[in-house]
Design a protein around this ligand. Structure first.
Ligand code: AQP
Length: 341
């Protein structure tokens, strides 16, 4: 059998489960924009079906979905260049997700560290959806035969599982139908850490708002959060090795580097020998200058949610035009009859 050549296509998504954080922005959205602007076909989703794997108040979910769409656009995603939509409007995701539930093995799912982290000691009480989350994520990606998936470090394991599912599907049915998508994890901030604890990921669902910078935070709030961010009493070193064992310092250097499109080494060269009392104001100035126009644009877009709905509806139509024929082919391969006219 000759190997299928899969055209380059980018897919990624974010859950509308709360305010977008600086972690989501630097680890994902900023890089979505770079990939869009590199000219590859890009499809970006608000994964609302993933969000409901934990309780979401319906009105808040709608607001968070609108706000995430506004954030995508304010950060530079252009609905004319990229396909932007919310997952639940394209039923191929859920249908392919079920088929993948029948491909993925329990042993694989049991190894998913994000489920263990999110379920914690409460695993008996969480939803079945939370457990099956990675198999739906595989469907999100493979419904478009996407070849590249820009994500933060924490999602690497799920993209690897997607590769395993694609591979097993191809093997079981003797086909080369699905590509094995590559995670694209790059830049200085692939894992932005909490401002209160440099060993914990910055997350939209962290109970402490001081642990994160939200993309909707105003200049004063950003400044306050950075000023209060946990640090240590040492001056900044001149090499990366000097940051070992200093997770909070490392995190702030990575954030500065990622926002200013530098490497962490370049940032250190600029600030070596300085105390946090000097570095933090520079980080505040940089973060505010970069983020304030984004939050202002988000607020402007949120004043017209009908227009956001129009963009999502249009994106969903374009997404379905790609995913539906792929799902039809999958059904044919699996042996599911399609005879409705
Ligand atoms: N701290 C982070 N640093 C770098 N990248 C991050 N991402 C998330 N947190 C960081 C990346 O953002 C994308 C979207 O993530 P998601 O919303 O689908 O789920 P998540 O990874 O579980 O993000 P959160 O903020 O922690 O959400 P909650 O609190 O709702 O679980 C992904 O590409 C992710 O890697």
């Amino acid at each position: 059998m000759t190997e299928a050549v899969h055209t380059q296509r980018v897919f990624s998504g974010i859950q509308p489960s709360g305010n977008l954080t600086l972690g989501n922005y630097l680890g994902a959205v900023k890089r979505f924009v770079e990939m869009q602007d590199s000219g590859i076909e890009t499809i970006y989703c608000m994964v609302d079906l993933h969000a409901i794997t934990v309780w979401q108040d319906p009105a808040t979910l709608r607001k968070n979905t609108h706000e995430l769409a506004a954030a995508y656009i304010a950060c530079g995603l252009d609905p004319k260049k990229s396909i932007l939509f919310n997952q639940s409007q394209v039923s191929a995701h859920a249908e392919l997700g079920w088929i993948f539930n029948c491909v993925a093995r329990l042993g694989w799912m049991n190894r998913m560290t994000q489920f263990k982290d999110k379920a914690g000691k409460n695993a008996e009480k969480v939803s079945l959806g939370l457990y099956a989350y990675p198999s739906l994520m595989a469907a999100d990606i493979l419904a478009y035969k996407a070849t590249h998936v820009p994500v933060g470090e924490d999602q690497k394991q799920h993209v690897e599982l997607t590769r395993d599912i694609a591979n097993k599907f191809n093997h079981d049915f003797g086909t080369d139908f699905f590509p094995e998508p590559e995670p694209v994890i790059a830049g200085a901030a692939t894992r932005v850490m909490s401002l209160r604890d440099g060993t914990k990921k910055m997350s939209k669902s962290d109970p402490s708002d001081m642990s994160r910078i939200n993309m909707t935070d105003d200049a004063d709030t950003i400044a306050k959060k950075i000023r209060k961010a946990k640090t240590d009493p040492e001056p900044l070193p001149d090499t990366l090795e000097g940051l070992e064992g200093r997770p909070e310092a490392r995190n702030l250097i990575n954030i500065y580097a990622a926002i200013s499109n530098q490497t962490p080494e370049q940032t250190l060269a600029q600030f070596a020998g300085q105390q946090f009392g000097q570095f933090k104001p520079a980080l505040v100035d940089l973060a505010v200058a970069h983020l304030a126009p984004i939050s202002a644009e988000m607020a402007r877009l949120m004043s017209d949610v009908a227009e956001i709905d129009r963009i999502l509806g249009d994106g969903a139509n374009r997404a379905a035009a790609i995913a539906d024929p792929i799902l039809d082919d999958v059904k044919d391969i699996v042996g599911l009859i399609r005879s409705r006219s």
